[in-house]
Design a protein around this ligand. Structure first.
Ligand SMILES: Nc1nc2c(c(=O)[nH]1)N[C@H]1C(S)=C(S)[C@@H](COP(=O)(O)OP(=O)(O)OC[C@H]3O[C@@H](n4cnc5c(=O)[nH]c(N)nc54)[C@H](O)[C@@H]3O)O[C@H]1N2
Ligand SMILES: Nc1nc2c(c(=O)[nH]1)N[C@H]1C(S)=C(S)[C@@H](COP(=O)(O)OP(=O)(O)OC[C@H]3O[C@@H](n4cnc5c(=O)[nH]c(N)nc54)[C@H](O)[C@@H]3O)O[C@H]1N2
Ligand code: SF4
Ligand SMILES: [Mo]
Length: 809
C-alpha cells in the first residue's frame, strides 16, 4: 500500500491478494457489531433491516466500479464491490479501488452539506447563512433573469466540472448536464471547448489523424513492444475493470517488453517494466526527433506506409503551398528552416537522456513489430503539449504501426462501451465558445478576448464578460483551476462576476466562493444507469438504486433544475421536464436503448442484475483499421483523408494567429521550447521543474477528505536526492515550495524515483490558506503555483509546466 517502494503499485493482483487493501476496506467499512444486542435479537434485526444495494463509484478517474452497499438503519455500514462474473480475464469482476471502497466515508461524512445556504461574508471567506429552498431558488432565478436581461445569455457560463461522469441523469459534464439542458431551454449559455484532461491532445491529434483514437489496451496481447510516454494506468485507471488490469494481463499473454518514458518511476513501472527512461518534462518531442534521425539514417522507416498513407513525410507527398524544405524528413535531417540536424546528441542535450540510450531505443522501436506506442495525458498537459502529442504519434507513423493489431496510433487507449441513450439536449442558441481554461480571463477581460489571440470560437470576439457561473459537481472554481491566488482576486471583485451557484456535497474550496450553495444528493443516493468508462474490451452498464432515503434537505439535481425551470416560466418548465419525473426519464431513455440494442436485458432485469457486461464483438478496438485496410474507401477525417504529418491547416493558423515569442504553432510536429520550460532563463531564480501527477489518494479533489486515504497515500513533494542534498533537505522534512504566484508547505519525499532538476506532487489536494493573511497553502494544492497562461493552439491548461524553488521550511 505504501507508495515508497517500487513494488507498491495497485494492480488487480494486489486487489485480489493484498491484505493491506482488505484491511483498508475493513477500516473504511468500519464494521462494528451492535454489542449491546443479544445475539438472537441482533440476528432478528439483521434479517429485518439489512439490505445490499447496487451502487457505483462515478467520480472522474477513467475507471468506473460497481459497489454493493450494505445498509442497516438507513445507513451504509459496509462496502463491497462487484461479485458477478468469474475471476477470469475477459469476464472478470469490476472491482473497486481503495477510493471506491471508502465511499462510506464520503456518504456519511460529518462535513456534508445539508441545507441550502447563501453567502454572508466576502466571496471566498466561507461564511454562509442557512436559507430555505424557496429562498435559494427564488434568489437564483432572480439573478439569472437579471443577468440575462442586462447582458444577454452569453454572460452565463457553465463551468467545467467532472465530479460525476457517466451518470445519465446526474452527469455533470457541462455541455450535457441537466444544467446545460435547462440553460438551453432558457436562451442558452456561453459554452466551452476542450477539457482540463485533454485540451492539447484532443485539439492537436485531429490535425494528424482527423480524430484522437488508440487501440484498446487488451490488444497488447498482440504486441512485441510497449512504449509508454507519460502514461500511468496503475494510478490513473486503477480498478479491476480498468486499464491497469488489461495491461498486465495482455502483457502476460504477449510477453511484450515495456519501456516507460516518464520523469518519475511510476507505479505502472514499479518492477513490471523492462526499462524506465527518465525524461525532462516538456521535451518528449525532442526525444522523438532524435529517434526519427536514427530511424531515417538506419533505414528503419516504413517508406511504403509513409508513401501510401501520409502527407508531408518527404518531398513526394508534401502538399501544395508548403515550402520546398517544409517536410518532416528535412526537419529531422537539418535541411529545414532551422538548419539543425536532430541528432541523438541534439536530443540528449534537451531531454537529459544519454545518446546511446536514444540510439538503442530507436533501433528497438524500428525493429519490434508490432509495437504499441502510446502516451498518457501528462506530456500534453504541458505548455507545448499540442506539439508533443503529435510528435509522439510520429513514432508509430514512421514505423507503420498504425491501424494494425498489436500496434497503436501513439494516442492513449480507446475502449469498448455499450452505447447509452443520453438525456436529449436542445440546441444551445448561443454559438460563442471559449476554451475551458480561459473562463477567469472571460470574467476579468471578456470583451477584449478575440478569436485569433484568445481562441474565442463562433465569433471574432466575446461581447460580454462572464457574469453568472453555474458550478455543478466541480471544484474547478478554485482547487482544480490554475493560479489560485490570482483566481481569488478575480472572484473577490463582485462587480465582475455577479453570481456563482455551486451545487456540491461538500464545502470544497470552490464552494467557499459560492453566492448560493446548494446541497445535492450523491449519485449513490439516486436511481441512475451508468456505462463503463475505460475498460479495455469489456463494456458494462451499472444500475444504481438509492442507497438510503434522502437526508436533511439534500435534493437531487433533477429536482433542483426542475424547480428553477418552474420559476423561469411554464414554457421553460415544460421544455425542461417534458412532463417526466426522474424515474420516468430513466425508463424512457432505457426503452430507447433496448429498441436500438435488443441484446440488452430489460429494465427490470438490469435492475435485478445490478451490472451487465458484454465483451467487444470485434475482439479488440484497432484505431484507424478501416483506413489501413482500404484508405480510398475509408479516408481519415483530415482534409486530405490521409495522415497529415504536415498540416496545411496548422500552417494557416500559424500564419494568422497572434502569438508571443515563446509560443509555437507549426504545421510539423516539431520540438519547441516554451515558457517555464527546462531552458527558460527564469530557471536561475526557480531552478526546479514541477508538475502534479494524478494520484491514487484521490480522484482530483474527490475523496480528498477521507482520512484513511490521506493516511495510506501521503501528500508529498518528490525530490531527487541530489536536489535534496544541495538544499539540506531530508526525507520527511517540511519544505516550502514557491514561485512568483504563490507558496505552499508540504513534506518532502526524497527519492531516486524522480530525475534530478524535477519535482512532482499529487494534484488535487485541498487548498487551505488564509487568503486575507500570508496566503501560504498548508493543504499543498499544486494550483497555488500554476499559471493562467494558456497553451498556444488549444488555449488549454499547461498545469504540468511550472518552475519553482524548494527550501526547508
Ligand atoms: N495542477 C493541476 N490541476 C489539474 C489537473 C492536473 O493534472 N494538475 N488535472 C485537471 C483535470 S484532468 C481535471 S479532469 C480537473 C478535475 O477537476 P474537477 O472536475 O473539479 O474534479 P474534482 O476535483 O474531483 O471535483 C469534483 C467535485 O464534484 C463533487 N461531487 C462528487 N460527487 C458528487 C455528486 O454526486 N454530486 C455533486 N453535486 N457533487 C459531487 C466533489 O465533491 C467535487 O467537489 O482538474 C484539473 N486540474
Ligand atoms: N487515482 C486517480 N486516477 C485518475 C485521476 C485522479 O485524479 N486520480 N484523474 C483522472 C483524470 S480526469 C484524468 S484526465 C487522467 C489523467 O491521466 P494523465 O494525464 O495521464 O495523468 P498524469 O498523472 O497527469 O500524467 C501521467 C504521467 O505523465 C508523467 N509526465 C508529466 N509530464 C510529462 C512529460 O512532459 N513527459 C513525459 N514523458 N511524462 C510526463 C507523469 O509523471 C505521470 O506519471 O487520470 C484519471 N485517473
Ligand atoms: S475511484 Fe475509480 S477505480 Fe476507484 S472505485 Fe472509483 S471508479 Fe473505481
Ligand atoms: Mo481529467
Amino acid at each position: 500500500m505504501s507508495d515508497n517502494e517500487p513494488s507498491g503499485g495497485i494492480s488487480r493482483r494486489t486487489l485480489v491478494k493484498s491484505t493491506a487493501i482488505g484491511s483498508l476496506a475493513l477500516a473504511a467499512g468500519g464494521l462494528s457489531l451492535p454489542f449491546g444486542l443479544r445475539p438472537a435479537a441482533a440476528a432478528v434485526q439483521q434479517a429485518r433491516e439489512d439490505k445490499v444495494v447496487w451502487g457505483a463509484c462515478s467520480v472522474n478517474c477513467g475507471s468506473r466500479c460497481a459497489l454493493r452497499l450494505h445498509v442497516r438503519d438507513d445507513e451504509v455500514y459496509w462496502v463491497e464491490t462487484d461479485n458477478t462474473g468469474d475471476d477470469i480475464y475477459g469476464n472478470h469482476q469490476v472491482r473497486a479501488c481503495l477510493r471506491g471502497r471508502s465511499i462510506r466515508r464520503r456518504i456519511n461524512h460529518p462535513d456534508r452539506l445539508n441545507y441550502p445556504m447563501k453567502r454572508v461574508g466576502k466571496r471566498g471567506e466561507g461564511k454562509f447563512e442557512r436559507i430555505t429552498w424557496d429562498e435559494a431558488l427564488d434568489l437564483l432565478t432572480a439573478s439569472l433573469r437579471d443577468v440575462v436581461a442586462k447582458y444577454g445569455n452569453e454572460a452565463v457560463y457553465i463551468n467545467y466540472s467532472s465530479g460525476i461522469v457517466g451518470g445519465n441523469i446526474t452527469r455533470s459534464s457541462p455541455y450535457a448536464s441537466l444544467v446545460a439542458r435547462l440553460m438551453n431551454c432558457y436562451g442558452g449559455f456561453l459554452s466551452h471547448y476542450g477539457t482540463y484532461s485533454t485540451a492539447q491532445i484532443a485539439c492537436a491529434m485531429p490535425y494528424t489523424y482527423g480524430s484522437n483514437e488508440g487501440n484498446s489496451t487488451s490488444d497488447i496481447e498482440n504486441s512485441k513492444l510497449v512504449v509508454m510516454f507519460g502514461n500511468n494506468p496503475a494510478e490513473t485507471r486503477m480498478s479491476g475493470g480498468g486499464i491497469t488490469y488489461y495491461l498486465e494481463q495482455a502483457r502476460e499473454r504477449s510477453n511484450a517488453r515495456m519501456i516507460v518514458i516518464d520523469p518519475r518511476y511510476t507505479d505502472t513501472a514499479a518492477g513490471r517494466e523492462d526499462e524506465w527512461i527518465p525524461i525532462r518534462p516538456g521535451t518528449d518531442a525532442a526525444l522523438v526527433a532524435g529517434i526519427a534521425w536514427v530511424l531515417i539514417n538506419e533505414n528503419l522507416v516504413d517508406q511504403p506506409f509513409l508513401d501510401k498513407y501520409c502527407v508531408g513525410y518527404d518531398e513526394t507527398t508534401l502538399p501544395e503551398g508548403a515550402p520546398a524544405n517544409g517536410h518532416y524528413k528535412a526537419y529531422i535531417l537539418g535541411q529545414g528552416d532551422d538548419a539543425t540536424a536532430k541528432t541523438p546528441e541534439w536530443a540528449s542535450r534537451i531531454t537529459g537522456i544519454p545518446v546511446d540510450r536514444i540510439v538503442k531505443l530507436a533501433r528497438e522501436i524500428g525493429t519490434a513489430k508490432p509495437a504499441y506506442i502510446c502516451q498518457g495525458w501528462g506530456p500534453q498537459r504541458q505548455a507545448n503539449g499540442e506539439l508533443t502529442s503529435r510528435a509522439i504519434a510520429m513514432l508509430p507513423i514512421l514505423t507503420g504501426n498504425v491501424g494494425i493489431n498489436g500496434g497503436n496510433s501513439g494516442a492513449r487507449e480507446s475502449t469498448y462501451t455499450i452505447t447509452i441513450e443520453r438525456m436529449p439536449l436542445p440546441e444551445n442558441p448561443v454559438k460563442t465558445q471559449i476554451s475551458c481554461f480561459s473562463w477567469t480571463d472571460a470574467i476579468a477581460r471578456g470583451p477584449e478576448m478575440t478569436a485569433t489571440r484568445d481562441g474565442v470560437r463562433g465569433k471574432d470576439k466575446l461581447d460580454v464578460p462572464i457574469k453568472f457561473i453555474w458550478n455543478y459537481a466541480g471544484n474547478t472554481i478554485i482547487n482544480q483551476h490554475s493560479d489560485i491566488n490570482k483566481t481569488h482576486d478575480i472572484l473577490q471583485d463582485e462587480s465582475k462576476c455577479e453570481m456563482i451557484v455551486v451545487i456540491d456535497n461538500f464545502m470544497t474550496s470552490s464552494a467557499k466562493y459560492a453566492d448560493l450553495l446548494l446541497p445535492d444528493l450523491m449519485t449513490v443516493e439516486q436511481e441512475d444507469i451508468i456505462p463503463n468508462d475505460y475498460a479495455g474490451n469489456m463494456g458494462y452498464l451499472i444500475f444504481l438504486q438509492p442507497v438510503t432515503a434522502p437526508k436533511f434537505e439534500r435534493k437531487p439535481i433533477y429536482w433542483i433544475m426542475s424547480e428553477v425551470a418552474k420559476r423561469l416560466g411554464p414554457n421553460v418548465h415544460q421544455r425542461f421536464t417534458e412532463g417526466r419525473t426522474q424515474a420516468e426519464w430513466l425508463q424512457y431513455l432505457y426503452a430507447k436503448m433496448v429498441a436500438k440494442d435488443p441484446q440488452l436485458p430489460s429494465y427490470e432485469e438490469l435492475k435485478a442484475m445490478g451490472i451487465y457486461k458484454r465483451k467487444d464483438p470485434n475482439g479488440h478496438f484497432v484505431a484507424y483499421k478501416k483506413f489501413r485496410d482500404d484508405p480510398a474507401a475509408n479516408p481519415l477525417k483530415t482534409p486530405s483523408g490521409k495522415i497529415e504529418i504536415y498540416s496545411s491547416r496548422l500552417a494557416d493558423i500559424a500564419g494568422s494567429w497572434q502569438l508571443e515569442k515563446d509560443e509555437t504553432i507549426s504545421p510539423l510536429p516539431v520540438y519547441a521550447s516554451t515558457f517555464e520550460g527546462w531552458d527558460d532563463p527564469e530557471r536561475s531564480q526557480f531552478p526546479l521543474q514541477l508538475f502534479g501527477f494524478h494520484y491514487k489518494a484521490r480522484t482530483h479533489s474527490s475523496y480528498g477528505n477521507v482520512d484513511v486515504l490521506q493516511a495510506a497515500c501521503r501528500q508529498e513533494v518528490w525530490l531527487n536526492p541530489v536536489d535534496a542534498a544541495s538544499r539540506g533537505i531530508a526525507n520527511g522534512d517540511m519544505v516550502r515550495v514557491w514561485n512568483a504566484r504563490g507558496e505552499l508547505r508540504i513534506p518532502a519525499k526524497v527519492t531516486p524515483r524522480i530525475m534530478p532538476g524535477v519535482s512532482a506532487m499529487g494534484q488535487g489536494a485541498w487548498h487551505d490558506a488564509n487568503m486575507t493573511g500570508d496566503r501560504i497553502d498548508h493543504g499543498s494544492c499544486i494550483n497555488t503555483l500554476t499559471t493562467h497562461r494558456p497553451s498556444p493552439l488549444a488555449k488549454g491548461n499547461p498545469q504540468h509546466t511550472n518552475l519553482v524553488q524548494i527550501e526547508k521550511a
